[in-house]
Design a protein around this ligand. Structure first.
Ligand code: FES
Ligand code: FES
Length: 141
C-alpha cells in the first residue's frame, strides 16, 4: 500500500516555499534551466547566480507549475545548493532531495526529479554562456 502522508518537512516547504522567483529579474541570473515532467506535463525553471572565481552558487531561485511535491522538492533543493560549487550541485540526485525531505509518497517520487534536472540545465547554461562548453553534460536547453 502506497504511503498517503507527507512528512512535516514536505508540508513546511510546500506551505512556505523558499527562494521562489517573485520578480521579473531573470536577467540578473547567470544560468537558467528549464525542464518538463513527461509524467504530468508540469514545467520547472531554475535560475542561478554564480561566483565566477570560485564557481560557487551564490543564489538559486525557481518557478514551477508543478504540484505540492515538486514545490517542496525544489524549495529544499534551492536551500541545499546555495554555497555549493557547480560540481557539487550537479551531482545532487533525486535521492538526495528525498532524504532531505524525509521522503515523499511513492507515487510522487517522480516530482522530485524536476528541480535537480532544471538545476543541471541551469549549470550547463552557465557553462555555455561562459566559454566552458567542455563541461556541458546535458543537451541544448
Ligand atoms: Fe493533475 Fe492538476 S495537473 S490534478
Ligand atoms: Fe507533476 Fe508532481 S510535478 S505531479
Amino acid at each position: 500500500m502506497a504511503k498517503w502522508t507527507y512528512s512535516d518537512k514536505v508540508k513546511d516547504h510546500f506551505m512556505n516555499p523558499r527562494n521562489i522567483l517573485r520578480e521579473d529579474n531573470e536577467a540578473d541570473f547567470h544560468g537558467i534551466g528549464q525542464t518538463g515532467n513527461i509524467k504530468c506535463g508540469d514545467e520547472m525553471i531554475v535560475y542561478i547566480k554564480v561566483d565566477p572565481d570560485t564557481l560557487t552558487i551564490t543564489d538559486c531561485k525557481w518557478r514551477t507549475y508543478g504540484c505540492a511535491s515538486a514545490i517542496a522538492s525544489t524549495s529544499i533543493l534551492s536551500e541545499m545548493v546555495i554555497g555549493m560549487t557547480l560540481d557539487q550541485a550537479y551531482a545532487i540526485t533525486a535521492k538526495d532531495i528525498l532524504k532531505e525531505l524525509d521522503g515523499l509518497p511513492d507515487n510522487k517520487v517522480h516530482c522530485s526529479v524536476l528541480g535537480d534536472k532544471a538545476l543541471r540545465a541551469a549549470i550547463d547554461d552557465y557553462y555555455r554562456k561562459n566559454g566552458m562548453e567542455d563541461r556541458v553534460r546535458t543537451k541544448g536547453a
